[in-house]
Structure formats: C-alpha cells, structure tokens
Design a protein around this ligand. Structure first.
Ligand code: HEM
Ligand code: HEM
Length: 178
C-alpha cells in the first residue's frame, strides 16, 4: 500500500507527487505576484511565506528522491519507446529544477544578507557569502529556472492528459488512484 510495485505507485509516492505539484504551481504563481506587489507589510509577509514554503519543497524533494531510490519504479505503459524515454528525461529535469529552484532562492536571499527562516521555526544556516552582485546573478537565475520549471510542468501535464484521453492507458489513473 505505501510502497511502489512494478505496476503501481504506492500511497507515499502519490501523496508526495500531488503535494509538491500543488505547492510548486502555487509558488510559481505566487512568486510572479511578488514582483508586482508594492513594497510594504503585505510584500514582507508574502516573501517570508514564499521563502518558508520554498524550503519545505526542498526538504520534501530530498525525502522524495530518497523514497524513490528504495522503491521499485512502475513500468512504462506507453507503447512508443522514444516517447517513454522523453517522459523519463522530462521527469529528470523536473527533479533537478525542483531542487535547483529553492536552492537558488535560498542562496539569493543569503547573498543579499537576508536570513532564511521557515515560519520562524528554524533558520537555514548560511551557505554563501554576502555580495549584492552575487545576489543579482542568483535573482536572474531564480527567474530563469522558474520559467524552465513552468515550461517542463506544462509539457508534463499535456503528456499526462494525452496518455489519458488519446492513448486511453492507465498512466494518469495510477498516479491518481494507485
Ligand atoms: C520551488 C520553489 C520555488 C519556486 C517555484 C519559486 C518561484 C519564484 C518565482 C516565479 C519568482 C518571481 C521571479 C520573477 O519575478 O522574475 C520568485 C521570486 C522570489 N523568490 Fe522564489 N521560488 C521558490 C523558492 C524560493 C526560496 C526557497 C526562496 C528563498 C528562501 C525564494 C525567494 C524568492 C525571492 C526573495 C523572490 C523575489 C525576488 C525579487 O525581488 O525579484 N524562492 N520565486
Ligand atoms: C495536473 C497536473 C499533473 C498531472 C496530471 C501529473 C501526472 C503525472 C503522472 C500520470 C505521472 C506518472 C507518469 C508515469 O507513470 O510514467 C507523473 C509523474 C511525475 N510527475 Fe506529475 N503530474 C502533474 C503535475 C506535476 C507537477 C506540477 C510536477 C512538478 C512539480 C510533477 C512532477 C512529476 C514527476 C517528477 C514525476 C515522476 C515521478 C517518478 O516516477 O519518480 N507533476 N505525473
């Protein structure tokens, strides 16, 4: 029930998939709103919420990758090998971007000299030196990785819907219901 088999995703993999999916899409939308919010109390609260949830995504991703390593992967249901290969490649990019995006966010904040606290419960230890030019570079990188992440998520969702609607296979349902 909790672990994957060669035929189905277990409860933990499915919960992590959907929790991270909702949080990541929310962070992409919320992050884009940050840049248009006027400076002030609301923006400060929004940025601190964005940073906290971002660190939680990073921790969930580390747990997800560890869980994936000790679980079998369900076999591909698609019948065209090259498309199965591309799907795996998109998953790898999603994993990399979901680690990179929050990590770059943390480094950017710290380079600008702001602490990264997770809802006031704990503070991420300093990982980088303070430098506004490094901060500017990492801010650009945080925008670029956000665009890449959004693009890969769009391709991924389109592919999941194609499996369901066009191919009529169980790829989407096994991520929803196991
Ligand atoms: C998966 C996690 C994350 C996603 C999807 C995400 C996404 C975004 C997006 C789309 C923006 C707007 C970029 C722009 O307008 O060009 C943004 C801005 C920002 N993010 Fe994140 N972010 C994540 C994690 C983090 C983390 C962990 C931190 C810091 C601890 C962080 C700090 C910031 C800050 C400070 C800004 C505002 C930058 C500015 O003033 O332009 N983000 N984020
Ligand atoms: C409506 C939105 C989404 C749908 C319908 C969807 C659907 C699916 C399905 C059906 C699979 C299983 C593929 C297979 O068995 O070969 C899957 C896997 C995956 N999805 Fe999504 N997904 C969605 C959103 C997202 C988002 C937003 C992300 C990233 C934040 C994401 C990241 C992943 C990753 C990394 C895998 C590979 C899991 C693994 O096997 O290790 N998905 N998704």
């Amino acid at each position: 029930m909790f672990k994957n088999t060669r035929d189905r995703y277990g409860l933990i993999a499915r919960l992590l998939h959907w929790l991270i999916a909702v949080l990541a899409i929310g962070m992409l939308l919320g992050g884009s709103l940050l840049s248009i919010l006027p400076s002030g109390g609301l923006k400060t609260v929004a940025i601190s919420g964005h940073k906290s949830i971002g660190v939680i995504i990073l921790l969930l991703m580390i747990g997800r990758i560890a869980w994936r390593r000790i679980n079998p992967q369900p076999r591909d249901l698609g019948s065209i090998p090259v498309l199965n290969y591309i799907a795996h490649l998109v998953h790898v990019f999603l994993y990399v971007l979901l680690l990179l995006q929050p990590l770059v966010g943390i480094l950017m904040s710290q380079a600008y000299g702001y602490p990264v606290s997770v809802f006031g419960i704990f503070t991420v230890p300093p990982l980088v030196w303070q430098s506004s030019s490094l901060g500017n570079f990492l801010r650009e990188a945080h925008s670029v990785t956000a665009v890449l992440l959004a693009a890969f998520i769009a391709v991924h969702i389109a592919a999941a819907l194609k499996h369901h609607v066009v191919d009529g296979d169980g790829t989407l349902m096994r991520m929803l219901k196991g």
